[in-house]
Structure formats: structure tokens, C-alpha cells
Design a protein around this ligand. Structure first.
Ligand code: BYC
Length: 329
């Protein structure tokens, strides 16, 4: 633990830490780091891990209703990948000293956050397509930036996650193109899904820079190389032309490219609504948590069996013994 109050050499160590980050070096779990850096990373990685696990639910609900066997197989694999990402990320957060059980408990009790996009319902099959294309697309934009950040285990986990997300993006795009080229009913269903998901997607990158409280410290210490608004612009630049090419309409009358300032202009979402949703008041917030709690209870016997046979202890010891550089996560 190191803070100005507890460590007389704090300023000196901080200067060296910041010089390392300025040189583009990565920080490993055993390296010196300020308490606030550790706290911020745990908050962020924990929230990201929660998002992967809760994020499996909207698409997971559609597995029994996939229109073909091929789509069902791809969807099962994607959902399984997302839960795997959650595990990699909890592991990355554990390297900072917070036990996984505590993080899971905080998610289930509603104490820690998860991405607000998953507090929205997936009403039709077209929602599944839009999530896999545009939410995963947004996640790739975000994660490609964060993977160049300063904390090595998080960056290593993100690299593996991005690799899998790239497949999800292709799977989503394939579904979207099928619907866009299908019957009028399919095209209408796709447009309706885009209409409902557009605002959550814009919100996905977080509040505007003027309202973002963590960006300054995360930027200073190289955790978040680009701000929320910068990430949103990269997303718009990449995806708006593709959406329009498919013949879809983006439900924002103010959306236009401002050539002079080289940026997309858009209607600001309702940020009061955003802050209300992330406090647990989204349309599906309570149901998502209830489903997670049920799954956690139903898996209790597996955890208890692993403890009783000693396998859980062996796994914990192996994780502790692994050299920090091999911690993918
Ligand atoms: N949703 O100061 P700010 C996936 C909160 S899953 C909810 O700008 P920061 C997938 C923020 O926590 C991948 N809350 O925060 C899975 C803070 O509240 P606290 C999800 C949000 O950290 C399954 C407050 O607002 N991706 O791809 O500088 C199927 C002020 O915000 C959100 C990640 O988790 C939000 N969207 O920046 C398909 C990415 N945004 O903590 C797909 C990792 C902000 O003070 N996270 N808040 O109570 C990040 O990159 C950053 O945390 C953010 C926010 C850019 C999201």
C-alpha cells in the first residue's frame, strides 16, 4: 500500500512510476503503484468483468429461439466466450489484490456496476444481431484503445478478448446483412432494433468528457489513452457509413459529419437517464441481477464440491504460484 500519508518516499516513487508510464513501460502486479492507481484499476476491470458476465444474458435468452442450427451454434459459442472474458478479467483484477469471491458478491448485491447497455431488453432476433455487430463493435473500439494502456495484466487479457470479439463482430455483421437483404418484415425488424439500441450504443462509451469524473486520473496514468468522447467519435467514424450502406436509417435527425472540425455531430443522449440507469434503474436492471443470483445459487453445489475435493484449493495455489508475467489475466 502506498499513499502520501503512509509512505515518506511517496513523491519520489510516484515520479519514477510516472516516468515509466511516460516511457511506455507496462506496470506488472508486483511493481510499485499508487493506491489510487490500484483502486481505479480494480473499479474499472471489475466493472468490465461484470459487464461480460451480465452481458451474456440478453443474447443467452435467445439461444432456444435461434432461427437455424448454424445460428444457434454460433450464438452458444459467443455467449460462452463472453463468460470466459469475464473470468479473464476477474483474474486480471485479482492481481491487484481483490479476491474474486468479493467481486462476484459485489456484482450480485448491486454494489458494483456493469455496462448500462445490458439493462435494456433484447426484444427480437434482430436485437441479437445488433448487439453482436454494434455493441461488440463498440467494445472492440474501446478495448483496442485500453489494450495500449499501462497495466500489463489488463492489456494481456484485452488482447485475447479482442481476438474473440472480432469473430463476434463478423457473426453480428453476417446476421445484420441477412436481415437487411431479407423480406420487408425482416428489414423492419432490423430497423426497429437499431432505433431502440441507438441511444444505449451512444451511451456505451460513458458520459461526455465534461461529466466524466475518472477520465483525468485514468489518462494521467495511461490506463485510458483516449477519453469517452474520443472513443465515441472513433466508433461513429467507423460504423455510421456501414449502417447507412445497409440502407438503414439512424434515428438521430442531428447526426451529421462536420467536415470543418472533422467530427460527427449528434444529439446528446439524456445523461440524467444514463446516471439513473447505472444506479440500477434500467428497464432490465433488476431482472438481470435476479437471473445472475439464481444462476449463482444453482452453481453452489459445484463450488462446494470443488472445495470438498480440494480441487478449488489446488487451483487457487496454482494461480498464486504462476509468475505475474504469465498472468494473462
Ligand atoms: N455503463 O468517469 P466515467 C461487452 C459509470 S462487455 C455503466 O467516464 P470511466 C459485451 C462509471 O463507472 C464490455 N456505467 O468512468 C459483453 C462511473 O461510475 P462510478 C463492456 C458507466 O471509468 C457481452 C460514472 O459512470 N466494456 O462488450 O472513466 C455481450 C462516470 O463515468 C458506463 C467495458 O466495461 C457505462 N457504459 O469510463 C456483448 C469497458 N460508462 O464507477 C458485448 C471498460 C461510465 O464512479 N470500461 N459509467 O460509480 C471503460 O472503458 C470505462 O469504464 C468507461 C467509463 C469508458 C465505460
Amino acid at each position: 500500500m502506498s499513499s502520501p500519508q503512509t509512505d515518506p518516499r511517496y513523491e519520489e516513487k510516484l515520479a519514477e512510476f510516472e516516468a515509466r508510464i511516460a516511457r511506455g513501460e507496462k506496470i506488472e502486479p508486483d511493481d510499485w503503484m499508487p493506491d489510487e492507481y490500484r483502486r481505479q484499476l480494480i473499479r474499472l476491470i471489475q466493472q468490465h468483468a461484470n459487464s461480460e458476465v451480465i452481458g451474456a444474458l440478453p443474447e443467452g435468452t435467445w439461444i432456444p429461439y435461434a432461427p437455424t442450427f448454424k445460428r444457434k451454434k454460433a450464438l452458444v459459442a459467443k455467449v460462452q466466450d463472453e463468460v470466459g472474458h469475464g473470468l479473464m478479467l476477474y483474474r486480471a483484477a485479482e492481481t491487484l489484490g481483490k479476491p474474486r469471491e468479493e467481486m462476484i458478491e459485489e456484482m450480485l448485491s448491486g454494489k458494483s456496476k456493469w455496462s448500462l447497455v445490458f439493462a435494456y431488453p433484447a426484444e427480437t432476433w434482430a436485437d441479437v444481431a445488433i448487439i453482436a455487430w454494434l455493441i461488440d463493435g463498440g467494445a472492440i473500439v474501446n478495448q483496442t484503445i485500453m489494450a495500449t494502456g499501462s497495466y500489463a495484466p489488463y492489456c494481456r487479457a484485452l488482447k485475447r478478448i479482442i481476438y474473440e470479439e472480432s469473430f463476434h463482430l463478423k457473426h453480428g455483421f453476417d446476421m445484420v446483412v441477412t436481415l437487411a437483404e431479407g423480406t420487408k418484415r425482416q428489414r423492419d425488424m432490423l430497423q426497429d432494433a437499431l432505433n431502440r439500441w441507438w441511444e444505449p450504443i451512444i451511451m456505451f462509451f460513458g458520459p461526455p468528457d465534461t461529466l466524466s469524473k475518472h477520465t483525468p486520473v485514468l489518462k494521467r496514468w495511461g490506463v485510458k489513452p483516449k477519453t469517452n468522447d474520443e472513443q465515441r467519435q472513433i466508433f461513429l467514424r467507423k460504423f455510421v457509413p456501414q449502417i447507412l450502406d445497409l440502407g438503414l436509417t439512424i434515428p438521430d435527425p442531428n447526426l451529421r459529419y462536420d467536415e470543418e472540425n472533422d467530427r460527427w455531430l449528434y444529439t446528446e443522449p439524456d445523461w440524467d437517464k444514463f446516471f439513473d440507469i447505472i444506479r440500477g434503474n434500467g428497464p432490465m436492471s433488476k431482472e438481470r441481477l435476479a437471473v445472475r443470483r439464481l444462476a449463482h445459487e444453482e452453481g453452489r453445489w459445484v463450488r462446494e464440491a470443488l472445495e470438498a475435493t480440494g480441487i478449488a484449493r489446488q487451483l487457487r495455489e496454482a494461480a498464486v504460484a504462476a509468475p505475474s508475467s504469465s498472468v494473462v489475466a
